[in-house]
Design a protein around this ligand. Structure first.
Ligand code: HAM
Length: 444
């Protein structure tokens, strides 16, 4: 007999990952915090497409950045359009702001998002080719108070997830003062050119700022003595940065002034910042997120002058820390009731009871695929429910349900139609009793 050829099952692409139910709980917890912070800080949700014109990112993120040069997933579609799978979302938010005339809304327009981004990077701990970002952008305000509010929001959001980030802060000036600073940087680095890595030699030509955050040992040493952006700001940029620092100081928000922080995207002006985990388990310097002001982007994309400040946090990195540091306890789902039918006929009724209880807001578990009372009671115990509702032959005939109190083992028969009401009352009674016991205890 001819041997059947075995076919290899398709596998995940490198750098991609499935988010299985176990991990979904962490994503969901983060989503809930993101929503709550958006509500508190008055941000509204925006969703933009994953596919955008390639030109959007080339213009916004910068032609000479790693993202555009090496990391974007781009293709020509069936209609001949040059498309990119978004590597980040700020450019899309500003595209949408311009396209939908949001300039006519009361300013600033405060928007947030949560979604997948794509970068063809070398995968490593906390780095994937598809990853999720949550981000907040305050569009249409130039004031330092908006920078401070955004920095505060990111810090407080991390904290609410049990992560204490170190804020890294810098100002990289604007179109008035940065050219002179870049010239100064170029001439400084040129005197050390022989020792710079090949990438930095290239960076020196077009983007000398990026030499400052190169990780190569020689480049790090050379960057140590480089002139600093904050010493070369024009007066308006200096004033803006001083105000941002005053706001943060006043809030008591600790930060590190980091002259090497320049960020990897070209659109930034003035304030730039990152949130770092300095825990040694994650290499001592893991960027959880970053952002800054980008006051020129809207104009670069063909819109009116629109100052913006925002940030994005990497969701996988937050999950990694929350799990490893055990810094956050997931909210537990504690069911009140377990339903245990005995046999096929009872199962029909049980599904009905389940639906009625659920609709009444009662938290229910069941294992309708299981047979036998003891297996189901075992599960009910594991779920730690207060009551198990047993439906056997007799109950079917009588149109009743047997309510078993899982604490004292007592059992009571309740009419099928009254069950949701009955359980709700029991649960309320138990809640009142435990509240008054607590009150009594705290009075003592
Ligand atoms: P970014 O620094 O490129 O900024 O990305 C922000 C965060 O996304 C990073 O700090 C990191 O946590 C996460 N991240 C980036 N790449 C990966 C990856 N390959 N795998 C896992 N996580 C990753 C931006 O994207 C800007 N749009 C942020 C911004 C918003 N600036 C102003 N508004």
């Amino acid at each position: 007999m001819k041997k059947k050829k075995s076919i290899a099952a398709p596998r995940l692409l490198r750098g991609m990952k499935d988010i299985l139910p176990d991990e979904q709980q962490w994503f969901e917890a983060i989503r809930e915090h993101v929503r709550a912070f958006a509500r508190d800080f008055n941000f509204e949700r925006i969703d933009t497409p994953v596919l955008e014109p390639m030109a959007l990112f080339v213009r916004a993120v910068g032609d000479d950045t790693d993202i555009v040069q090496k990391e974007m997933y781009s293709f020509v579609d069936q209609g001949g359009d040059h498309i990119s799978v978004r590597p980040e979302a700020s450019a899309s938010v500003i595209r949408a702001y311009i396209e939908h005339g949001m300039v006519n809304l009361p300013q600033p327009v405060k928007l947030y998002y949560f979604g997948p981004m794509f970068r063809h990077e070398r995968p490593q701990m906390g780095r994937f080719r598809q990853f999720y970002q949550l981000g907040y952008e305050t569009v249409g305000d130039a004031g330092a108070v908006s920078d401070a509010e955004i920095i505060l929001l990111g810090e407080r959001l991390c904290r609410s997830l049990g992560i204490m980030p170190r804020i890294q802060l810098n100002s990289i000036g604007d179109e008035n003062c940065r050219p002179a600073y870049e010239t100064m940087l170029k001439s400084y680095f040129r005197t050390h050119k022989a020792k710079l890595c090949e990438t930095c030699k290239h960076r020196l030509l077009k983007n000398p700022l990026r030499v400052l955050d190169c990780k190569e040992t020689d480049c790090v040493a050379i960057a140590q003595g480089a002139p600093q952006a904050v010493d070369n700001l024009c007066d308006p940029c200096k004033k803006h940065f001083t105000q941002v620092l005053e706001f943060l100081d006043d809030l008591g928000l600790a930060y590190d002034l980091n002259p090497k922080l320049v960020r990897g995207l070209d659109y930034y002006t003035r304030t730039v910042f990152e949130y770092w985990s300095t825990d040694e388990r994650f290499g001592g310097q893991l960027a959880l997120g970053g952002g800054g002001r980008y006051d020129k982007l809207a104009e670069q994309l063909g819109g009116r002058h629109t100052p913006v400040v925002g940030f994005a946090l990497g969701v996988e990195r937050l999950v990694l820390l929350m799990r490893e540091l055990q810094s956050y306890t997931l909210p537990a789902y504690e069911p009140d009731v377990f339903i245990a039918p005995l046999g096929d006929q009872a199962r029909k009724k049980a599904l009905h009871v389940f639906d009625a209880l659920r609709a009444a807001g009662i938290k229910v578990r069941h294992a309708f695929t299981k047979d036998g009372l003891s297996a189901q009671l075992g599960l009910a115990n594991r779920y730690n429910v207060k009551y198990t509702l047993i439906i056997g032959q007799q109950e079917l005939l009588d149109e009743t349900v047997m309510v078993r109190d899982m604490v004292n083992g007592s059992q009571e028969v309740v009419g099928f139609h009254k069950i949701a009401d009955d359980i709700r009352k029991r649960l309320q009674k138990a809640k009142n009793a435990s509240a008054s016991a607590e009150e009594h205890h705290s009075e003592k």
